[in-house]
Design a binder for this molecule. Sequence first.
Ligand SMILES: Cc1cc2nc3c(=O)[nH]c(=O)nc-3n(C[C@H](O)[C@H](O)[C@H](O)COP(=O)(O)O)c2cc1C
Length: 183
Amino acid sequence: MKTLIFNGSPRLRGDTMSLINAIIPKLEGECKLVNVCTSKIAPCIDCRYCWSHNGCAFIDEMQNIYKYIEECDNIIIASPIYFGELTGQLLSVTSRLQTYFCARHFRKETPITKPKRGAVLLVSGSDTDMSNAYETASGLLKEINCTEILEPVMFKNTGEGRPLESEGAAEKLTKLVDFMNGI
Ligand SMILES: Cc1cc2nc3c(=O)[nH]c(=O)nc-3n(C[C@H](O)[C@H](O)[C@H](O)COP(=O)(O)O)c2cc1C
């Protein structure tokens, strides 16, 4: 089993990472973690190379991630909420998933044949509405052939304490891990 995790937080010892670190050892098989804020991945510039070619004109760290996306079983998008949305850094990297939309829409190809399970882990400072972020993340997951997507796994009010110590944290993470492990 292979799981790809996108971490949208720039805080590598922050709230989102503390949750990711708690689930990685419990996921079966191997994991690839993409810290979008430290990776060298250019945003899509709508050059339209992929309207007529497979892949992406930019040769950077995203090339390995494309390979992993195509072969993995599970994908998790984990992000803090910034102004009601996924972080800009996460959206910048995931803009490169446009190649898959173009493959299907313009080239009439099926770029990712393997179906996957997807999950969205969201973290916010207050009791904020996360529905926009969940919709955005689910849309991205569908773009990369996540045919089953778990309901949002949400950790709110990090301004009041650490998410791992919040009420119900263990149950929420177990639900996420079980879904990814196919239980
Ligand atoms: C630019 C910015 C925008 C934010 N916007 C929101 C928001 O709209 N709602 C909210 O509840 N928290 C918001 N927060 C707080 C973060 O979601 C919160 O601190 C989160 O726990 C950070 O997670 P991290 O430690 O994984 O980066 C924002 C923080 C930043 C830096």
